[in-house]
Design a protein around this ligand. Structure first.
Ligand code: NAD
Length: 503
């Protein structure tokens, strides 16, 4: 399979990859203007399917971050915090329309830059536009409370919700557009201004999102983008002019952000890593569970924070079930992310490839048996890309590295269990607590296990189902705060109490 744009044969609306790749070097968005970085430096964005340079992107430094924060503060104090909710809603709805209009380009950018199969990147249109519309709706639903009090005399007390101010949004590469929208849309809906720091491995669609925010008519300085490596994120996290950081990424970086934010006690919401359990009981619909267990890890080539990578299977069906998952894995189509038939593209970067291969090697060394995969995929035209075979390890144990640590690649570790109590205890025996899955036809058992799992989301007889209205986030070292749902807006709001003595 070649990396030629077969996608264009299937979906003629998609822009030709070469047309996107030859775009001029990308700049920073500061105060409504696209500017060169003050250092003059750029970095390369690499196509992980081919190893080719895709684009040159501005490398911001501390001075650029400072200019972006100053612009965001000016826009917050000057116009945006005073803009009426209905106007914020109107602009967000316009943005949603523009995202739909240009969605094919977004899909192509994410596919080229981080290897997301085009079938997946094009499928996200309604979810992403829907998210923006969800927060647009909430923009006009912000309210405080009138509170009865026991203060002597006639005293009126009420609360008002005010935007926290300037938000630093720091996002990863595994869903470049959706992760950026997930931070930016609620911030704008509440009346906050934004300094967005995309991942250095996937900056193109966040930059395109910023272009559309400009086109929609948001005032200058409301949205700013500083691109670059982790040091740029660190500068955002430490900047005294930023009131809140919304972060999605690894737990180690989340911890660094907690430390960096102490200077001005920033508010934080942290969506971090995971090592999620997927639990299959013998009474489950096994056809659905086999497909679900595979999708829970192989979607986006395993680069999903909620990957159900610890597969617990009730002993009496364990061997047959795991062989069926392995058979499915072995049949998956690995290839160019531009091909609509591809199910597994490359990993997002050489760094990620090396990391995942080191875990696969650790699995072999620790004695797990690879029933499927267990190696890089390097035949034919895959040789130059960061391709890894979808891997199913049987004979895994709770103390193995592949079971304890987040791999962020297409690797399942399967283990048998004998009782509900045992599997709950083992499922919870992790520092993480992001996603989890339970497959059973027994409603009582489903409720019991869902109640006992220490994870921000429990999927029962399904996996990976996300919705803008359903809160999402972590327990334990998977972070704190919830994205999606009405409570997401609270991260960007603060409560003021007004106590008024009546004459
Ligand atoms: P990462 O932590 O390496 O980087 C995330 C972002 O933080 C990038 O923009 C990076 O440049 C920036 N950054 C790096 N060092 C920084 C520092 N010291 N201070 C501030 N910012 C810094 O994560 P990644 O490799 O991009 O993404 C993969 C990780 O993200 C995985 O652990 C995955 O589980 C997690 N993730 C979590 C969720 C969730 O919703 N919980 C979603 C997607 C990904």
């Amino acid at each position: 399979m070649t990396d030629t744009p077969t996608a264009t044969r299937h979906a003629t609306a998609l822009p030709h990859p070469k047309a996107l790749a030859t775009l001029a070097p990308k700049k920073l968005l500061i105060d409504g203007r696209w500017v060169a970085p003050s250092s003059g430096k750029t970095f390369e964005s690499i196509n992980p399917a081919t190893g080719e340079v895709l684009a040159h992107i501005a490398e911001a430094n501390d001075a650029d971050v400072d200019a972006a924060v100053t612009a965001a503060r000016r826009a917050f104090d000057g116009v945006w915090s005073k803009t009426k909710p209905a106007e914020r809603q109107r602009l967000l709805l316009k943005l949603a329309d523009l995202i739909e209009r240009d969605y094919d380009e977004f899909a192509m950018l994410d596919t080229l830059e981080m290897g997301m199969p085009i079938s997946r990147s094009t499928a996200g249109k309604q979810r992403v536009a829907g998210m923006v519309r969800f927060y647009a709706g909430l923009a006009t639903a912000i309210h405080g409370q009138n509170i009865s009090n026991s203060i002597p005399g006639s005293v009126l007390s009420y609360t008002v919700k005010e935007p926290v101010g300037v938000v630093g949004a720091i996002v990863p590469w595994n869903g470049p557009l959706s992760q950026a929208v997930w931070k930016v849309a609620p911030a704008l809906a509440t009346g906050c201004t934004v300094v967005l720091k995309p991942s250095e491995q996937a900056s193109l669609s966040p930059l395109k999102l910023a272009e559309l925010i400009e086109e929609a008519g948001f005032p200058p300085g409301v949205m700013n983008v500083v691109t670059g490596a982790g040091a740029v994120g660190a500068a955002v996290a430490a900047h005294p002019g930023i009131d809140k950081v919304g972060f999605t990424g690894s737990t180690a970086t989340g911890q660094a952000i907690v430390r960096a934010s102490a200077g001005n006690l920033k508010r934080l919401s942290l969506e971090l890593g995971g090592k999620s359990p997927d639990i299959i009981f013998a009474d489950a619909d096994l056809d659905a569970a086999v497909a679900g267990a595979a999708a829970a890890v192989f979607t986006n080539c395993g680069q999903i924070c909620i990957a159900g990578s610890r597969l617990f299977v009730e002993r009496k069906i364990h061997d047959e079930f795991v062989h069926r998952v392995a058979e499915l894995a072995a049949k998956m189509r690995i290839g160019s992310p531009l091909d609509h038939a591809t199910e597994l593209g490359p990993l997002a970067s050489r760094l990620q490839f090396d990391r995942v291969m080191s875990y696969i090697n650790a699995g072999h060394e620790e004695g797990a048996q690879a029933l499927a995969g267990g190696a890089r995929a390097d035949t034919g035209n895959l040789a130059n890309g960061c391709y890894v075979q979808p891997t199913v390890f049987a004979g895994a144990r709770d103390d193995m590295k592949i079971v304890r640590e987040e791999i962020f690649g297409p690797v399942i570790s399967a283990m048998p269990f004998d009782s509900v109590e045992e599997v709950v205890q083992r499922a919870n025996n992790t520092p993480y607590g992001l996603g989890s899955g339970v497959w059973t036809r027994d409603v009582s058992k489903a409720h019991l296990v869902a109640g006992a799992l220490k994870a921000g989301t429990v999927w029962v007889n399904c996996y990976l189902q996300l919705d803008a209205a359903i809160p999402f986030g972590g327990y334990k070292m998977s972070g704190y705060g919830r994205e999606s749902g009405t409570e997401h807006m609270d991260h960007y709001l603060q409560t003021k109490s007004v106590v008024l003595k009546l004459a």
